[in-house]
Design a protein around this ligand. Structure first.
Ligand code: GLV
Ligand code: MN
Ligand code: MN
Ligand code: MN
Length: 397
């Protein structure tokens, strides 16, 4: 156990190594308000409190740890604690533990900021439980309707409202929080890189220039459920066939673009019996590209090809360009590290519509992410913490 006030980001990740381990899929499954995610929230409260920070939860379920009185002019850093199903150890938590450590170091080194500083852990960043990525930051900035959020359902048909109630969180308060957004003068999110950009450029850390446009669409295909043994092939209305053709269409449409990406990563078969012709197949498509127009046109092409019974947008994030002055300032103070784009979504992208935000990336040797093989070297994680500390120190000058 690390003594209070002397936190260490890598020791913290080690402390969390057993929380939410997914024995079936490998890696971690930590989803909004499940046992693992609630344990991570308790851990965050304890760690931040040990550092001398004041912890509060906002109306949208995001956790804040304040150094100084919450209010205008705040310099905020952090990321998220939740994961995709079977995700890696770093996507999210690395940014939170690094933020806590960087802020802890600034405190110990005698910095006396003239404005508030906070570490934040945003809720449901991956959207793995309720389908909308960056839900906590989107609710805060007002880009998701709270009534829609309360009615979202998870894979077990539990609504977000019910899920909140089960853990004592009242979702009646969900909604835009302009006062809090107005407090944030800059937000910096540290994150493991989710590609090989920094490996290719030979740098332990880098700064983000922007994020690809991306969104999620839920498709369903209906047919006639029936018996696998008694129904002749000529007499079937099997929605699995149309769903399989849709998967191929998604691949074909994205494959014909220069840098578009489209993925079917989730599918559910109703009722899901080996000896049952399905009555319905649902699948989810994730589409990304450099511009909003490119994504929209890929989606239109997919929709025209697949003939789904329903085709519904679940979430949308327009292309992001991070504040170029802040990116240049952070990259400069880190010794002119690379500035590079990413295809992954982040709360920093959501906040960038409202205020100057920047991201610090930590090298990922294989580029693997959203999978158990996600990895960063200890030395690169340490370089990430040092970079974040340097950037925060510079912004507090
Ligand atoms: C989240 O990490 C995403 O990019 O989907
Ligand atoms: Mn992620
Ligand atoms: Mn992430
Ligand atoms: Mn993300």
């Amino acid at each position: 156990m690390t003594p209070p006030g002397a936190l260490d980001a890598l020791a913290d990740l080690d402390d969390l190594a057993e929380v939410g381990r997914d024995r079936d899929r490998g890696g971690y499954s930590r989803h909004l308000w499940d046992d693992a995610e609630l344990e991570l929230r308790e851990w965050f409260r304890a760690r931040a409190t040990a550092l001398g920070l004041d912890v509060e939860q906002d109306r949208n379920g995001n956790l804040w740890a304040w150094w100084g009185q919450p209010g205008p002019g705040a310099l905020v850093t952090g990321s998220h604690l939740d994961s995709v199903p079977g995700g890696g150890a770093f996507d999210g938590p690395l940014g939170v533990v690094s933020a806590l450590e960087a802020v802890g170091r600034l405190r110990r080194s005698g910095v006396r900021p003239e404005r508030p500083v906070a570490v934040v852990a945003f809720a449901e960043e991956e959207g793995a439980r309720f389908g909308i990525a960056c839900l906590g930051s989107r609710l805060m900035t007002g880009s998701v309707d709270p009534a829609r959020a309360r009615a979202l359902i998870d894979g077990d048909d539990v609504t977000l409202e019910q899920a909140g109630r089960r853990c004592g969180f009242d979702t009646d308060g969900l909604g835009p929080d302009p006062e809090r957004v107005g407090w944030i003068e800059q937000f910096i999110e540290l994150h493991i890189e989710q590609g090989r950009g920094l490996v290719d450029q030979g740098s332990a850390v880098g700064v983000a220039s922007g994020i690809l446009a991306h969104g999620r669409w839920a498709l369903s295909f209906h047919g006639q459920g029936n018996h696998a043994g008694t129904t002749p092939m000529s007499d079937r209305d099997d929605p699995m066939i149309a769903a399989a053709q849709a998967v191929l269409a998604v691949q074909r449409v994205a494959g014909a673009t220069s840098d578009g990406r489209a993925t079917v990563g989730r599918m559910s078969v109703v009722p899901g019996g080996t000896n049952v012709i399905p009555s319905e197949v649902r699948l989810w498509v994730d589409v990304r590209s450099a511009t909003d127009v490119e994504v929209r046109s890929m989606v239109a092409e997919i929709a025209a090809e697949v003939g789904a019974t329903s085709f519904r947008q679940e979430s949308w994030s327009g292309a992001v360009t991070f504040d170029p002055d802040l990116a240049a300032r952070v990259a400069g103070v880190l010794g002119d590290v690379p500035i590079l784009p990413t295809g992954a979504g982040h709360d920093a992208g959501v906040l960038s519509e409202s205020l100057p935000t920047a991201m610090v990336f930590v090298r990922n040797p294989s580029g693997i992410s959203h999978a158990p093989g996600e990895f960063a070297e200890a030395a690169d994680c340490a370089a990430g913490v040092a970079a974040l500390e340097t950037a925060l120190r510079d912004l507090l000058r």
